[in-house]
Design a binder for this molecule. Structure first.
Ligand SMILES: CC(C)(COP(=O)(O)OP(=O)(O)OC[C@H]1O[C@@H](n2cnc3c(N)ncnc32)[C@H](O)[C@@H]1OP(=O)(O)O)[C@@H](O)C(=O)NCCC(=O)NCCS
Length: 201
């Protein structure tokens, strides 16, 4: 497996892959000062001709940056799932997505491409999690929820059942979402309230 991005987020992905018995051969990073992450060589900026055909995970936590890079990279995309994650056999997990330590994905949930289900997060039954979403550590997404493309569900947030969360929205850390969230909205608090609407991409 190859990674793009030699960050702390990449360290967690490496931990997932190594625990699952998958070797990480090299990491691309645009910072020429980075030479190694843990024991893995950082081989410079992205090159399509480097081990073509070897799967790659974009190890970038920022949803917009991950989206931009994924549209440009020419390698096939792999997935990284820590063995301690509990994933129902009915769950669909898209290319480039990662499921960290202790995360739970419940029955009939569908997770798109380049999604991060972070440490100890849970996504319950019958949810649809679109591409480039990040469900941050400890967040709880209850059953029947649609999460739109590129949205961040912040650490420890709770999203109550059967709600529609828009595209490129941000749910603040610890928020309790009780109503649908529009596209690009930033919400915080319990119950979650809109504090701003971000600019579209
Ligand atoms: C919601 C969030 C995106 C807002 O960031 P921001 O746009 O930089 O906003 P600010 O820090 O300027 O805060 C704006 C206001 O919202 C409040 N606020 C910010 N985050 C909050 C939160 N999570 N809960 C409650 N209030 C919050 C601030 O106190 C401030 O209030 P004030 O105007 O009364 O002083 C950010 O605080 C957050 O929670 N991000 C999620 C982080 C996360 O979980 N990342 C995953 C890492 S793996």
């Amino acid at each position: 497996m190859l990674l793009y991005g030699a960050s702390g987020h990449a360290k967690v992905i490496i931990s997932c892959l190594q625990a699952a018995g998958v070797a990480v051969d090299a990491i691309f990073d645009d910072d020429p000062d980075k030479k190694k992450l843990l024991t893995i060589p950082v081989v410079g900026g992205y090159r399509a001709e480097y081990n073509p055909g070897e799967p790659l995970v974009v190890a970038i936590g920022d949803n917009r940056v991950r989206c931009r890079l994924a549209q440009w990279i020419q390698h096939p995309f792999g997935t990284a799932v820590h063995p301690s994650a509990l994933i129902d056999s009915s769950v669909m997990l898209g290319n480039g997505s990662v499921v960290m330590h202790g995360a739970i994905l419940q029955v009939d949930t569908c997770v798109g491409n380049h999604v991060i289900i972070n440490t100890g997060a849970s996504v319950d039954h019958d949810c649809t999690v679109a591409d480039f979403v990040h469900v941050a550590p400890g967040a709880v997404v209850c059953g029947g929820i649609q999460v739109g493309t590129g949205t961040l569900i912040g650490a420890g947030a709770v999203v109550c059942p059967n709600l529609n969360i828009g595209r490129w929205a941000t749910v603040g850390a610890g928020a309790v979402v009780t109503r649908p969230i529009p596209d690009y909205a930033v919400v915080v608090g319990n119950p979650a309230r809109i504090i701003k609407i971000n600019q579209p991409l």
